[in-house]
Structures are given as structure tokens and as C-alpha cells.
Design a protein around this ligand. Structure first.
Ligand code: PLP
Length: 286
């Protein structure tokens, strides 16, 4: 089946969808994105993603091209047209395509570019990786200072994944001034006893939509949550570690820089949080 994608008001077969070579997203990574998961053909936490998108746009002074209701409609239409049961919707909005390349922002009337496409991932919820846990390495965090804005500047995170792969690991945790900021495309956590520890929100990390939900569920389940920075050494000595993101939900981490975490297998807290997150998200999906 040819995938149907959305570009600037049109639903098109993917090979017919085109964006200008002058698009600011292409030339300058001047754009933002969101990834929303689909379970059972429904959107997980659309409201959270729409809110963060609005904030990212506003921080970069990119015009919000449409209301959330219209965005929701496009998401649903793509799910239906592509028959997505489990997977993701990728959305990207850039500052648009002026007639030439220029560092100066284009005139106000330049329309933002809006692109959405689906990624079908059958078995997303029943992931084999979640049963085994993943291995991470640490790498320096050399990204820019506004990681709270979900921009498409993903070169370093992409390189981080390649460094992880070269080291026989699955992902990388980034470290700045001795403390873990986050994973290349996820938030990072450790567990000590009944306490879940994850870095506090700031400009240094992305404010994960999954993070917000998981911390809420953890508190509701009477777990303690400490929002503070931690080191790689502390993580290696923790009882458990895990990551969260819209596409991995809660994913146990069983090895950090070659050192086994806890028993070297997914721990009870990560497993329980994954279960709760998927169950509650399915219930609230729209
Ligand atoms: N941190 C970074 C750097 C990310 O790229 C992502 C997701 O892409 C996350 C955290 C997790 O955010 P969310 O839970 O909203 O997917």
C-alpha cells in the first residue's frame, strides 16, 4: 500500500509529496516536530503533543499554521487512510520556504511548511526490546542550549545513536558537567528502592510528554519521584534504569557503559510503569 502523507493542505501519495529546496527546515533546520504514538488506531496524548508544539513554535516565533482541532483532524485522517493500528504520526512545521536562502527570517506572510506522515509499527506495545532491556553508552552532550524546544536539529542525536551502535549498544545518554541530561531521543531515569530519579525540567532537556504521564502515574501508584540530576556512576549503581519516549513508552535499561544495572534484566518498577503507561494511554487515547 502506498503511504498517503500530508503536505501543506494536501493528502498525497508519498512519492508525489514535495517541499521547496528553499525550505528553511531543509536549509537551516529551522523547524519543529512532534511524534505522536498510535495504539489501537487511536492517538496517545494528542493534547500534550499539541501543547508542546504550540510552545516550540512560539519560542521560535514561527506562526502556528492551524488550530489544534484541525491538526487532530489531519492526524486522524492519516491514521484512517493508512490503516494504522500501531505506530506513529510524525509532524513537522518549518518557517516555510522564501524565494531564496537568507539568514534573516522571511517576511511575516511566508506560510509555514506543514508535513505529516505515518509510520506503521505493528507490535509497538508488545516490544521484544522491552522484555530484554536496552544497553546505553554515555557521550558528551554538545547540543545547543534550548533543548526544551523540539527542533529538527537532530544531527548530534543521530550521531549518538551511531556511536552507540558502534559500541554494541542501543542508545546513548548524554552527559553535561558530569550529569546525565537525557537520551538521544528519550528522557533518562534511575530507580533506587521506591524512588524514581529523573532530571528536573529546564532548557537542558526536552520536556517529554511521556515523562509527564509516567511521573503522574508513578506518583498515583505511591512511588516517590525525585526530579534532580544524576551521574553515570550513580546510574550504574542504581537498582534499575529506564528511558521514556512517545515511541518506546517505558523501556528498561540494563547496561550503562558496559556495567550491568541491578540484575541486568528489566526491573519491577520499569516493568510496572510500562504496563500502567500502556494501559492508561490506551484508555485515554482519542
Ligand atoms: N528527549 C529527547 C531529546 C527527545 O528527542 C525525545 C523524543 O523524541 C524525548 C526526550 C521524549 O519526549 P516524548 O516523551 O515527548 O516523546
Amino acid at each position: 500500500m502506498t503511504r498517503t502523507v500530508y503536505v501543506n493542505g494536501e493528502y498525497l501519495p508519498e512519492h508525489e509529496a514535495k517541499v521547496s529546496i528553499f525550505d528553511r527546515g531543509f536549509l537551516m533546520a529551522d523547524g519543529v516536530y512532534e511524534v505522536t504514538s498510535v495504539l489501537g488506531g487511536k492517538l496517545i496524548d494528542f493534547e500534550g503533543h499539541a501543547k508542546r508544539l504550540a510552545r516550540s513554535l512560539s519560542e521560535l516565533e514561527i506562526r502556528k499554521p492551524m488550530e489544534d482541532e484541525a491538526l487532530l483532524e489531519i492526524h486522524r485522517e492519516l491514521v484512517a487512510r493508512n490503516d494504522i493500528d500501531e505506530g506513529m504520526i510524525y509532524l513537522q512545521i518549518t518557517r516555510g520556504a522564501p524565494n531564496d536562502r537568507d539568514f534573516v527570517f522571511p517576511p511575516e506572510e511566508t506560510a509555514p511548511t506543514v508535513v505529516l506522515f505515518t509510520q506503521s509499527k505493528p507490535g509497538l506495545a508488545d516490544s521484544p526490546a522491552a522484555k530484554e532491556g536496552i544497553k546505553v553508552i554515555s557521550i558528551p552532550d554538545i547540543r545547543w542550549g534550548r533543548r526544551d524546544i523540539k527542533t529538527v536539529q537532530l544531527l548530534y542525536p543521530s550521531m549518538g545513536k551511531m556511536m552507540a551502535r558502534a559500541a554494541g549498544a542501543d542508545d546513548a545518554w548524554m552527559v553535561e558537567e558530569g550529569a546525565v541530561t537525557e537520551g538521544t531521543s528519550n528522557n533518562a531515569y534511575i530507580v533506587k528502592g521506591n524512588t524514581i530519579i529523573t532530571r528536573q525540567l529546564s532548557h537542558e532537556i526536552l520536556h517529554g510528554i511521556t515523562r509527564a504521564a509516567v511521573l503522574r502515574f508513578a506518583r498515583e501508584a505511591q512511588m516517590q519521584v525525585e526530579e534532580r540530576a544524576f551521574t553515570i556512576e550513580e546510574a550504574q549503581q542504581a537498582d534499575e534504569a529506564f528511558i521514556t519516549s512517545a515511541s518506546t513508552f517505558v523501556m528498561p535499561v540494563v547496561e550503562i557503559d558496559g556495567a550491568q544495572v541491578g540484575q541486568g534484566a528489566p526491573g519491577p518498577v520499569a516493568n510496572r510503569l510500562r504496563e500502567i503507561y500502556i494501559e492508561e494511554s490506551r484508555k485515554a487515547a482519542i
